[in-house]
Design a protein around this ligand. Sequence first.
Ligand SMILES: [Zn+2]
Length: 341
Amino acid sequence: MKFETIVRETVLLDPNDNMARKNIPNEIRKDPLTGRTSRICHFRELKWEKPDLSKLVAGTESWCPFCPDKVLKVTPCFPEEIIPGGRMTLDNKVLFPNIAPYDRLSAVATLGNRHYIPMTEIEPRRIADGFRLALKYFRHLDKIKHPESVYHLISWNYMPASGSSIIHPHLQVFASSFAPNFLREKLEAARNYMDKHGSNYWDDLVAAEKANADRFLGEIGRTKWLTVFAPLGAVGDVTAVVDGVRSTLELTDQDLNDLAAGLTMLMAAYDRIGIYNFNMSFFAGSSQDDHARFHLIFSPRIYFNPAIGTPDVAALGRLLGESVCMGFPEEINKLLKVEFE
Ligand SMILES: [Zn+2]
């Protein structure tokens, strides 16, 4: 396993120090699987001010389509041939088709009745049950042998900086025969890795990171948690790899509980540095993909300039596909690890 870093240094004449020479370090890191690069730069103290979130959410429940008084009236239903009855439920969580679908089987699942839940108050049980509802949908699609029931993905955009337009916690639940770009690239690279090395990339990654220790966070059951060497997110990414699991449908009830538990630990840790937005996504192979290993990625989101709502992705990230992380993943690991000890 090769963790390749290209170390750079920029020389500037510093206006804050009489134009004296100043050396500013940065790194270009290559993802060991895909070769995709991340810039570790723009270093700053990993601490943000949280705005008054009660002000931000005030009034949003009046038009929220996911609140209990509206969810069964204003959300669409699947046709009978996909879901008899139109929607699926688990306690007060509701799954229905996405009104703005990006493929034939894109759904949304609410995480219950509560409109706004601060990140540190989201209970593991609520998350695990949301996953369970999504898996109920995926298992049904598999049972009816829907041709698009190949990749089963759950994503979560929490709070506006993540791209979410609705405050009410909800999951994007998505089955497709077309793997999204990063998943497809990872699966192709993992297949090549297996052909070349005779082993599963993620199994080797977990073993290597466990030995390195400085990016390993801990284990909860079969789930192994680590900070990502070459992250996409501005404040690092965390991945959880589930031992022996290739596809989402192979996850057990206990795996769902363990994934949910780990996610709440990350939320608690990131909250301490003022983070209150994140993206999360499953990455899974199809049921036959021995080279795949189920993993999820948790990626905190920030505003580069909160005063004017500047997002943390600009042309470099959006058009050139190059991500910027404002701290060393090994330093971010230390901030998170307290939760796993
Ligand atoms: Zn709501």
